[in-house]
Design a protein around this ligand. Structure first.
Ligand code: UT7
Length: 328
């Protein structure tokens, strides 16, 4: 019998503090940085973002999103036998203990299940789902909690208007389980390290001291240019691998970074705009959290239904990109 992995629960969590474009514009103006609601909205589609309060970590957001996904799955939390967290803003600078281990503790899961973090920036969630799918298909794990969680507000340079208006904090999660029916239909992952410099956190540590900058750096136009090309390609690769046509897609859930990239990807695929799940207007770019948050949004408002074919795709620092095609 062929073994598949299937998503049986979704969840999302946004920290309560919401900052609109108008509020951010005013705060930046006080520091002499000029921007506007009109610029942010027309260039990116973003209307607001959420920020954590001091002391709140990625694992806190991750645990909240995970609780919701586990509850929807109907599984007891102790049935989870692998936790994968995708994050570029892990709780600890050196990345250990992993955020996945911290989430395990915060969820009270004491079954000694495996825990690991995945780092692929904004492609992190599609990478993590792909890893989970492989573990489930191999029979190594049965019930996998996959989370994308970020506190990007901590690595934003609020003197750099080209990036600080774009990103926000949040978490999204799915529970995946072994199933005799599909499930994940195909996954495709790519990276090109030669493009590492266009989106990065250029701050290595030497002798315990940060060298360079801990802030996010992005060459927006360069990322935009590459994103539209690779996203079109990877969407077709995922469809071809599953022997499916774009016309058979019920929903397209792209990484929520920029509405112009999302619309362009949908148009090139021939997917009508009413089949695209859009949440970027509400929370900006939340990196690895954006796809699972958008997926959860579509599931909970009743648009994404069991049996629907959903294409998720992401692109981010590294340079990384990938797509996951699932039947819900
Ligand atoms: O999540 C990982 C993937 N990330 C992405 O997909 C992001 C990809 N990139 C983008 O989404 C877009 O490139 C941005 C939204 C970042 C920027 O949009 P753009 O149309 O590429 O604008 P630009 O960077 O070329 O800037 C255009 C102008 C510049 O002024 P000049 O040189 O034309 O006079 C910027 O200085 O807009 C200026 N500008 C701003 N103006 C007002 C840049 N940031 C701002 C700002 N407010 N916040």
């Amino acid at each position: 019998m062929t073994l598949f992995s299937k998503i049986i629960g979704t969840g999302a969590y946004l920290p309560p503090k919401r900052v609109t474009n108008q509020e951010l514009t005013q705060q930046l103006a006080e520091k002499g940085i000029e921007t506007s609601d009109e610029w942010i909205r027309s260039r990116s589609g973003i209307g607001a973002r959420h920020y954590v309060e001091p002391g709140v970590m990625s694992s806190d957001l991750a645990a909240e999103a995970a609780k919701r996904a586990i509850e929807m799955s109907g599984l007891p939390a102790d049935a989870i036998d692998l936790i994968i967290v995708a994050s570029s803003t892990p709780d600890f600078f050196g990345g250990f203990p992993s955020t996945a281990c911290i989430v395990q503790r915060k969820l009270g899961i004491a079954n000694e299940c495996a825990c690991v973090d995945v780092q692929a920036v904004c492609s992190g969630f599609v990478y993590a789902v792909s890893v989970a799918d492989s573990f489930i298909k191999s029979g190594a794990h049965k019930n996998v909690l996959v989370i994308g969680a970020e506190v990007f507000s901590r690595i934003l340079n609020f003197e750099d208007r080209g990036t600080c208006v774009l990103f926000g904090d949040g978490a999204g999660a799915v529970v995946m389980t072994a199933s005799s029916e599909p499930g994940v239909l195909s996954t495709v992952l790519h990276a090109d390290g030669r493009l590492g410099d266009i989106l990065c956190g250029p701050g290595p540590v030497q002798n315990g001291v940060l060298q360079g900058s801990a802030f996010l750096y992005m060459d927006g136009p360069a990322v935009f240019k590459h994103a539209v090309v690779v996203l079109e390609k990877v969407a077709h690769e995922a469809l071809d691998k599953a022997g499916m046509q774009a016309s058979e897609l019920d929903w397209f859930v792209p990484h929520q970074a920029n509405i112009r990239i999302m619309n362009s990807s949908a148009k090139k695929l021939g997917v009508p705009s009413d089949k695209v799940i859009v949440t970027v207007d509400q929370h900006g770019n939340t990196s690895a959290a954006s796809i699972p948050m958008a997926l959860d949004h579509g599931v909970r408002d009743g648009r994404i239904k069991p049996g629907h074919n959903v294409l998720m795709e992401g692109v981010g620092g590294g340079f990384t990109w990938g797509a996951v095609l699932v039947r819900m």
